[in-house]
Design a binder for this molecule. Structure first.
Ligand code: S3P
Length: 437
């Protein structure tokens, strides 16, 4: 999806100023396309993330016969095909870099009458899929993977699914969602319990599309045999994209930024709690409900941070924000400890290893542990780091450079387009000095 290699040079800069709106939420954009495609009637999606991941998901439904119009950027009009109205695709379905796309689609496609094959890019092809294959197989799905449970996934059509009650061993909204989406096609009741509550967008959106579902933090239950009814979805700005600017403005003396309309679902905002505990000055203004989600404008000002032990109960609520947190910890006074975050090793890259390596190259003492890291805050210097094609690592090091003593060259940044198109322009607009190398 991103054939061209792009490296960045990010220079020390600041202070940061301005008001910005980051792109739409990735998790919600994926789900909005999926449920609108399976609904009866026409749904409008506003604030859709024009990222490669979510566009890949939209293209997959296009390949299964769903008419999706793009009246303007960040808008989609989806002509729902109904729960049983998808057409067999002519070729393989390419999820690109997106674990969310592949895992949710595995559940959804397990219930179709036709066979399908899900493929991904080099990074996605190394990510574990047993976590969805096993519970889906227990429901009656027939899915074959490569040795080690890796993609591509070959999903046999025509399987008769039955509901299960299960507690997946990892806290994962993707796994929970795959099971619930298969549950739409299952005979009886499907129930998922979680070891830690994770984002509940699938549950909320199923309810918004009229599917009967019961859920509470850490638990969801539905039964098959209902219908989805088209509805309009308004996608809030992605907290995970806002996170880079929250950390950047906190670290650079004299900064003050306003991030407009950021989604504040409590299962996403662990970083807010952690940054505040470290001493950050972030104020929520104009809190309101938008499309059933809590959003607010976040006002962030420079503040001195001190290291903390990150409470394990926040880990699932900030699972995508650890690269940004590692940078905050590197610039804080004292030691920050992260535990209970082994999942970071199976994200778009091994985020513990890659962040530890990059920060060490910039002069920071980091000790890796199997499920986290111990980061000793200090003076960052310039240098060269590798993002390993991981969008969030690339953006995190662009932030680190702001407070380094010299420029940071960041390798392999093209995948930023998977989640945050326009990052460079938005960042430079508020005071970054970031350019292609
Ligand atoms: C996501 C869930 C999380 C997160 C990912 C998006 C989702 O993954 O890291 O970026 O949209 O459901 P896990 O559920 O595997 O933790």
């Amino acid at each position: 999806m991103t054939p061209e290699r792009i490296d960045w040079i990010s220079h020390p800069a600041g202070p940061l100023h301005g008001e910005l709106t980051v792109p739409g939420d990735k998790s919600i954009s994926h789900r909005a396309i999926m449920l609108a495609a399976l609904a009866e009637g026409v749904s409008r999606i506003d604030g859709f993330l024009e990222g490669e991941d979510t566009r890949a998901t939209a293209a997959i439904f296009g390949a299964m016969g769903v008419r999706i119009e793009t009246p303007s950027a960040s808008r989609r009009i989806v002509h729902g095909a109904g729960l049983h109205g998808l057409a067999a695709p002519a070729g393989v379905l390419d999820c690109g870099n997106s674990g969310t796309g592949m895992r949710l689609l595995a559940g959804l496609l397990a219930g179709q009458r036709f066979d399908s094959v899900l493929v991904g890019d080099a990074s996605l092809s190394q990510r574990p899929m047993r976590r969805v294959i096993e519970p889906l197989a227990a429901m009656g799905a027939r899915i074959e993977a490569e040795p080690g449970g890796l993609p591509p996934l070959r999903i046999a059509g025509g399987a008769a699914l039955s509901g299960i009650a299960c507690t997946p061993p990892v806290a994962s909204a993707q796994v929970k969602s795959a099971i619930l989406l298969a549950g739409l096609y299952a005979d009886d009741v499907t129930e998922v319990r979680e070891v830690h509550p994770t984002r509940d967008y699938t549950e909320r959106m199923l309810a918004a599309f009229g599917w009967p579902i019961e859920f509470a933090p850490g638990w969801a239950r539905l039964s098959g045999g209902h219908r989805l009814h088209a509805t309009d979805v308004v996608v809030p700005a992605d907290f995970s994209s806002a996170a880079f600017f929250l950390v950047a403005a906190t670290l650079v003396p004299g900064s003050a930024l306003v991030l407009r309309g950021v989604g504040l679902n409590p299962r996403r905002t662990g970083l807010l709690a952690v940054l505040r505990r470290m001493g950050a000055d972030i104020v929520e203004q104009n809190r309101r409900e938008q499309g059933g989600e809590l959003v607010a404008d976040l006002v962030v000002r420079y503040a001195r941070l001190r290291g903390i032990d990150v409470p394990v109960e926040h880990v699932a609520d900030m699972i995508d924000e650890f690269p940004a947190l590692f940078v905050a910890a590197a610039a804080a006074e004292g030691i920050t400890m992260v535990r209970g975050a082994a999942e970071l090793r199976v994200k778009e890259s091994d985020r513990i290893a890659v962040m530890a390596d990059g920060l060490r190259r910039l002069g920071i003492a980091v000790e890796e542990t199997p499920d986290g890291a111990v980061i000793e805050g200090g003076a960052l210097r310039g240098g060269e780091v590798a993002s390993h094609g991981d969008h969030r690592i690339a953006m995190s090091f662009a932030v680190a450079a702001l407070v380094a003593r010299g420029a940071v060259r960041i390798g392999d940044c093209a995948n930023v387009a998977t989640s945050f198109p326009g990052f460079v322009e938005l960042a430079n607009g508020c005071g970054f000095r970031l350019a292609p190398a």
